[in-house]
Design a protein around this ligand. Structure first.
Ligand code: ADP
Ligand code: MG
Ligand code: MG
Ligand code: MG
Length: 401
């Protein structure tokens, strides 16, 4: 038994060597820490002779971005590994295989996906992912349905809610997404050029009402086991394959929060394309592709979720009441649109931004993208409770930029 401490590359290599039956005995292993996140170490361990490789992710007891003053429970490593394993059974092929979890070291050993590209970077490069809508809609329909009161034993679900209590990581979301952007906070990161727009957000009491309603859902609605951080930086992709990683924020929350995370990050890329594709026709074409993808994800998600409900629904009253299914899916769409807006706004004025926009080197174009994204985000939040179709989200986006 090893007591917890942050590993160095050499220690990580020795642990990898000890994983039975993985690397050939005596293989000359190479190890590199490749983590780009704020909360964890990620070791990439390879044996060039056999071509075998793996990833070891270790949770740190504090947020790197803020330093040791922001402690974070190591229990999230257990949550991440258990959620990854569950996702692997509910959505086979759409997550990395977990080889091992070490509770003492808060360490998950998993399949190396280095032959994939982080989707955020792929989209910045203008790559299209023709199977993404099919894959991510399956991932969300399956993981959300089968962990909801529609798809699993309702007494077992309560035990699972308890197993996935994740207060530290939920607090990050509650503060950074559902509070800080709407007030003066040391956790904000407001680009000076758009201070006027940030001030407008702080003074918009009508908007605050809508955010408070969405915040309450995040705090109280244990609808299904969420991924909790489903942005395009948590998705590895190739044109033929999609793999979702990094579920350390998993907890039982409102389904629309996961769907909205996907949509928000596609829209942030849409805004950033103002710079990444300079040719007008080509940019228009790629933006059309992004919006078509959103529409396709929603429509496939809606269809797949209803099919699961109709075939495997366990709730007698819900199953026997077709109008309830329509009500449920419309409310889920409305939640999705509201959460999409919240997730866009926090990436512009909140603590953590996205490369799609922040890496734009031209000040004017970056500011234009930031203002466009804020307009889209606020409109989505404002109108979410009355939305009737995904087309409204698409219209709001196209009207703004
Ligand atoms: P964090 O929670 O710190 O954001 P992630 O799980 O997102 O950690 O991983 C951070 C980075 O490490 C990813 O962006 C990716 O570059 C790399 N990485 C993580 N998991 C894998 C994997 N299974 N295969 C290859 N690279 C990975
Ligand atoms: Mg990361
Ligand atoms: Mg990550
Ligand atoms: Mg993470």
């Amino acid at each position: 038994m090893t007591t917890y401490h942050a590993l160095n590359e050499q220690e990580a290599t020795e642990i990898a060597r000890g994983i039975e039956g993985f690397f050939p005995a005596g293989a000359p292993l190479a190890c590199r820490e490749i983590g780009d996140g704020n909360l964890n170490l990620v070791f990439h361990i390879t044996d060039s002779a056999s071509g075998k490789s793996l990833i070891m992710k270790q949770a740190l007891p504090y947020a790197k971005v803020v330093g040791e003053s922001w402690p974070l429970s190591l229990d999230r490593a257990r949550i991440e590994s258990e959620k990854l394993i569950l996702e692997g059974t509910m959505a086979p092929g759409l997550v990395p295989v977990v080889y091992k979890y070490d509770p003492e070291l808060s360490l998950t050993v998993m399949e190396d996906l280095s032959d994939h590209v982080i989707m955020r970077q792929g989209l910045i490069n203008g790559t299209r992912y023709p199977l993404f809508a099919d894959h991510i809609s399956t991932f969300m329909a399956n993981t959300l349905f089968y962990t909801s009161d529609l798809g699993m034993n309702q007494q077992d679900k309560k035990l699972q809610v308890k197993n996935f209590i994740n207060p530290d990581l939920c607090k990050i979301t509650e503060d950074l997404i559902f509070d800080d952007p709407y007030t003066v906070s040391a956790n904000n990161n407001v680009p000076p050029a758009i201070e006027d727009a940030a001030e407008a957000l702080r003074n918009d009491t009508q908007l605050h009402l809508e955010v408070a309603i969405l915040r309450d859902k995040f705090l109280t609605n244990a609808q299904a086991l969420l991924h909790g951080d489903l942005h395009t930086g948590s998705i590895f992709a190739t044109p033929a394959s999609t793999k979702v990683i990094d579920p350390e924020f998993a907890y039982f929350g409102p389904m629309g929060f996961d769907v909205g995370a996907v949509f928000a990050n596609l829209i942030l890329n849409y805004a950033g394309q103002q710079y990444w594709i300079s040719d007008d026709a080509a940019r228009k074409d790629f933006r059309r592709y992004l919006l078509d993808t959103i529409e396709d994800v929603w429509n496939q998600f809606d269809r797949k979720f209803r099919v699961l409900w109709n075939e495997y629904g366990i709730d007698r009253l819900a199953n026997a009441t077709p109008a309830y299914q329509d009500f449920y899916m419309k409310r889920l769409l409305q939640d999705t649109i509201g959460f999409t807006g919240c997730k866009i706004i926090r990436r512009i004025v909140g603590l953590a931004h996205v490369a799609d926009i922040d890496k734009i080197p031209n000040d004017d174009i970056r500011e234009h993208a930031q203002r466009g994204a804020l307009t889209i985000g606020t409109e989505l939040i404002r109108r979410h409770r009355n939305a009737q179709s995904i087309q409204e989200l698409i219209d709001i986006t196209e009207t703004a930029m």
